[in-house]
Design a protein around this ligand. Structure first.
Ligand code: MIG
Length: 824
């Protein structure tokens, strides 16, 4: 940066900005005052005025106004209006922004203003308008390298807007959604522009989603920055200049949230506070899903279903890709392939399979097609700047595209699902919603959008188009499915898409490299607000070896969304496609998924209710350990189970790191003291899985699908610990919204032990009554020979206690116990 970019601070007395100064400038669009400012980057200059309106503070340099909005004790939003004119308050990511702040104040010092809450300070340097954030012990966590800057956009109006922060040499960067690159983003420049990227490559950027949110971790202190801007955005984490971290956009407002830590977990929770979480999915959606482009005709789908049941491989959902439609027309059926969809779906459902169908945004231009006719009459399709319709080729041929940023269009789109729901379709898969167009890639930038009344070109709406499509899909399903939870899956998305859908990572490839990418992408999505994510197990394009497929199934067990999928030009790929030896391994791991369902479901609850990510990268588990900054294989699944996938061809063992604490090998119950690396066996039928000591892990018996039978006795595995550990368990009906009326149970267990005894305390909240009466307890790792079990002060068993074949102490106890003691 050159000196001349800065003007000397003007020698004027600081004046109070009045409320009128601010309001008079507020209009719909901030057209710059043409002619006054030469077109070059403008940096904010010295602060000349300040005004406070409750928890919003305004600062000016005489031309631009910057708003500092104290959202909560830990979240502060910064907004810059280059010519003092703010845009309307509107965000697709942040809905109903709740400002919950207890104490805040503004202080003026000689050189700076300080806006503070109980935990955070936002410092504005008077001389050059740079902004910094610190904690309340004055440790600076985030600081402008240069003041915020902007440049007029002559072609489209508005501004290119930039923020440049200092980058410490010890700083690491995490987040940004689905980037298929190293987990730590330091040294990289990345961009957000939703793109259909068939067979994407390692490091390719951008992919399908735009999540302009990152977490910085520096010397054990984390904070987050959420740059809520839907235009094409860029992030540079010390790539151009190792001392700078920058983010900028091609339009819109320079608006970002500073999210305080110091723990990464807190940052993610607070990001969820801003952008929301997924509703609880129906339990079946957490089972195994089988997909392919495409299963047709009906007999093929029935064969598939029969194979699953005959081979006793659990499965809850089968998918119909684009070939189920009539000429790829959405909301129609190819009657040759599927003569009676309602009957077929009913039969599949009687056999425990849900049917999920794909729906794309492109609507075929065809005056004999009811969806097109309705959309045309109602003027619901997107138009170009000169009012021509936006037309482009996708699967059905020439298509027009609904403007999902128009609430009326979303409402209409929702109604189109009525028949599919009547037919019994249980879930909808939204694809191609970047939006993708053959040839050109996506819409031209001049396409107009209603943008919920705030109007804009495709530059502004592109990144939210897919999210608004799946929002309309979700809401439509919800209105027809009565009290049932909808299930949706989307390819494109923007921050907040997690409120409406699960996601998959798109068209990956059947290679070992992509298995590694899959692992990193799910971890990254999970800390970027999108926990409910999965990859195409096996790789979408190309042919996986039997070994690669099995390793991918193993990783898939520990992705919140578990679906195998493959492109039409590949060999068929079901869990049994690679011969009996591999079928047995795949079956074993799909069964493991089903055993862990109550644990996984509890993790979904914690995500929904409290904003905890489901998959937790190691660096989030132990952020103070510098060597974890570049570890990206191991992760915690939920808060108790550590998984280290095997990602190398031919491997039969692997090196991995276990965080501090005591761990049990899931398979052998061997006890390991963490805080160091281990070499562990990992033959093809045994993925390395470890359980934290003190955990209480619920397990279901293997079911062929989630509604096969009612649980008669709930099994808990308890892993002895000589220090206190809490565990959570959640249960409810599994597919209604009754949990919104507190019809659920949330249980907390506290385990502790010493050389002679172990205790388990249970605390129950909520109004749900499960059918089962008892727990089937399996206690693992007792360091003493137990002689007595006492439950709520009464002797339950004594003398010769029972062990199972795996040497676990086993007994039955009433589900309502409050305290349980095993004595030596
Ligand atoms: O242009 O519907 O990512 O999962 O099978 C390809 C066909 C369109 C891309 C999706 C893929 C899906 C495929 N779709």
């Amino acid at each position: 940066m050159q000196e001349k970019d800065f003007k000397e601070p003007e020698d004027e007395p600081i004046k109070e900005l009045t409320a009128e100064d601010l309001e008079s400038g507020i209009q719909h669009v901030n057209n710059p005052i043409v002619g006054l400012v030469p077109i070059e980057k403008q940096y904010l200059k010295a602060i000349t005025g300040v005004h406070q309106n409750n928890n919003r503070f305004y600062f000016t340099d005489g031309s631009a106004i910057v708003e500092v909005f104290v959202v909560t004790d830990e979240i502060i939003r910064i907004k810059m209006a280059p010519q003092g004119v703010f845009l309307d308050e509107f965000s697709y990511a942040v809905q109903d922004l709740q400002s919950k702040v207890s104490v805040f104040s503004l202080r003026e010092d000689e050189d700076q203003y300080i806006v503070s809450t109980n935990t955070v300070k936002c410092i504005l340097y008077k001389q050059d308008f740079r902004i910094a954030f610190s904690d309340n012990s004055d440790v600076i966590t985030n600081e402008d390298f240069q003041p915020m800057h902007y440049e007029e956009n002559v072609q489209f109006g508005g501004y290119y807007i930039y923020s440049t922060k200092k980058c410490a040499d010890t700083e690491g960067f995490y987040g940004l959604g689905d980037k298929p690159t190293d987990f730590n983003l330091r040294g990289k420049r990345l961009e957000n522009w939703n793109t259909d990227t068939y067979s994407f490559a390692r490091h390719q950027d951008p992919l399908y989603r735009s999540i302009p949110f990152y977490i910085s971790l520096n010397q054990g202190q984390a904070h987050g920055v959420f740059f809520d801007n839907t235009y094409k955005t860029f992030f540079d984490f010390g790539q151009e200049d190792a001392e700078k971290t920058s983010f900028w956009a091609e339009g819109g407002e320079l608006q970002y949230y500073y999210i305080h830590g110091p723990h990464m977990m807190d940052v993610v929770k607070r990001y969820h506070f801003l952008t929301g979480t997924h509703q609880l999915p129906p339990l079946w959606a957490l089972g195994y899903h089988q997909c392919r482009w495409s299963y047709y005709p009906e007999s093929k789908l029935k064969d598939l279903a029969r194979n699953f049941r005959e081979r006793k491989i659990p499965c809850d959902a089968l998918y119909l890709d684009i070939d189920y439609m009539d000429g790829y027309r959405c909301f129609t059926w190819n009657k040759k392939y599927f003569p009676n969809p309602k009957k077929m779906i009913k039969e599949l459902s009687d056999d425990g399979f849900k049917t999920v169908v794909i729906i794309d945004p492109g609507i075929k231009v065809d005056d004999n097609y009811w969806v097109f006719k309705e959309g045309k009459e109602k003027r619901y399709f997107c138009r170009r700047s000169d009012d021509y319709f936006m037309e482009g080729h996708v699967w059905p041929g020439r298509c027009q595209f609904p403007d999902f940023t128009n609430p009326e269009v979303r409402q209409w789109w929702g109604t189109l699902f009525k028949e599919l729901v009547d037919f019994g379709v249980a879930g909808v898969w939204n694809d191609m919603n970047e939006p993708a167009v053959f040839g050109s890639g996506t819409f031209p930038l001049d396409v107009r959008h209603q943008y919920d009344g705030h109007r804009g070109s495709h530059r502004k709406a592109h990144n939210v188009y897919g999210m608004q499509m799946v929002r309309a899909t979700y809401d439509g399903l919800k209105s027809y499915q009565k009290n049932k939870r909808p299930f949706t899956i989307t390819r494109a998305g923007y921050s907040g898409v997690q409120r409406y859908s699960s996601v998959w990572t798109g068209d990956n490839v059947a290679t070992w490299e992509h298995l590694k990418l899959a692992n990193v992408q799910i971890q990254r999505l999970s800390i970027s607000g999108i926990s409910f994510a999965g990859t195409d197990i096996g790789g979408f394009s190309g042919e996986p070896s039997a070994e690669l497929f099995s390793r991918w199934i193993q990783l898939g067990v520990f992705a919140p969304f578990m679906r195998a999928h493959s492109a039409g030009d590949t060999a068929e790929r079901e869990p049994w496609s690679f011969g009996p030896e591999y079928e047995a391994i795949n079956k074993k791991f799909i069964e493991l998924r089903y055993k862990l369902l109550p644990y996984i479901y509890s993790a979904f609850w914690e995500n929904h209710k409290y904003g905890f990510p489901i998959v937790r990268p190691l660096i989030m588990v132990e952020q103070n350990k510098i060597s974890n900054q570049y570890r990206e294989d191991e992760f915690l699944f939920g808060d108790k189970v550590l998984v280290c996938p095997v990602l190398e061809e031919g491997a039969t063992s692997r090196r991995l790191y276990l965080p501090e604490g005591t761990w049990y090998n899931y398979w052998t119950h061997e006890v390991l003291a963490g805080g160091k690396e281990f070499m562990v066996d990992a033959p093809l039928d045994a993925l390395p899985i470890f359980v934290k000591a003190g955990s209480v892990i619920p397990e279901y018996p293997v079911m062929q699908h989630t509604q096969e039978f009612e649980i008669e006795e709930l099994m808990f595995k308890v892993y002895y610990s000589d220090y206190e550990v809490n565990s959570f368990y959640y249960e409810d009906h599994g597919d209604t919204f009754a949990y919104e009326q507190d019809i659920y149970l949330e249980k907390k267990f506290v385990v502790n032990g010493d050389a002679q005894q172990m205790t388990i305390l249970q605390d129950i909240a909520g109004l749900y009554t499960p059918r089962y009466e008892n727990y089937d307890m399996k206690i693992i790792g007792l360091p003493f020979k137990p002689s007595k079990i006492i439950v709520d002060n009464k002797v339950l068993q004594q003398g010769d206690l029972v062990y199972d074949e795996l040497n676990r102490l086993r007994f039955t106890v009433n589900k309502n116990f409050k305290s349980l003691q095993v004595l030596g």
